[in-house]
Design a protein around this ligand. Sequence first.
Ligand SMILES: [Zn+2]
Length: 360
Amino acid sequence: MTNMPLPPIDETYFTNFLVDLLNVPSPTGFAEPAIDFVERELSQYKQLELSRTRKGALVAKWDPSTGSGRKPDLPPVALTAHVDTLGAVVKEIKPSGRLKLSRVGGIQWNTVETEGVWVVTSNGEKIRGSVLIDTASGHIYGAKGGETPRDDDHMEVRLDARTTSKAETRALGIRVGDCVAFDPRVEVTDGFIRSRFLDDKACVANFVAAIKAMTEAGQSPTRTTYFHISNYEEVGHGAAAGIPAEVAELVAVDMAVVGAGQESDEFHATLCVKDSGGVYHEGLNKKLRALAEEHNIPYKTDVYPFYGSDGEAFWRAGGDVALALIGPGIDASHNYERAHMDGLNATTRWVMAYLLNVDK
Ligand SMILES: [Zn+2]
């Protein structure tokens, strides 16, 4: 039997959605605007039943029996991807009126030196600023600036506001604990997409593009499917909650690691067999590899050295599912990330192949 071809992907839609999502600031703990944005987009697909977990994740349920009266006999499946990103919070207001930060999700200081930021106050006001070392002026510190450690004590935010004291900064409405979002630096060039935070908004866009393509082709998943849009992945427990207990298989869709020693690249999707959290589920891995081969989806298999997924968060929380991890190759992850449409399309196609053929 030959497979039905997968429905075509609207690349323009994918790219526009992804660029817009990348431009919604959503550091872990402050990801609600991105959850709202995805919810608004998905609300146009009337077959989806949308809900939020108490923790704030978005869950979209696609029951293929809706409207047809058919009840799928096999247990549901789920896919998860996250919209939260690396970021920071205000740790301290310095006597100079500048801000010390506490990093969220382990962003590396050297990657954000001189970056623009928005400080979002607790009453929703946004104040612009930038990240500098505390020895930034070349005309004062000379070569010493190069020796300054890029660490929590030496990096600060200079606010674009008239403040030279703690009191003046407080008068702007800024308090310890306020959200600090780094500029996403989105740029689309000749098939490549660059941004700090493709991890993991690219894969949320994979879901949305797959849902659109299948909807337009009049196709439904073979099983009831939950799309879990996670909001706490970068701190290690996003999908620990929110995957319904009756789900039998979970596919985490998140970036693949590209760089020296890795198989993954930006032009393929990757099946991760093992990462820091251990080995994924062999049976589900085999199923996904067979689907990729049947549908000529360019893919690699790989092992990631410093990596944990939201699927593993669910396993650790006691989730009883078969679990696999797939995703597009992302160069320079948690730094200045880059992806290519080839790897992104491969991932969207893999998601569709799974949804349409999970019972095979
Ligand atoms: Zn991720």
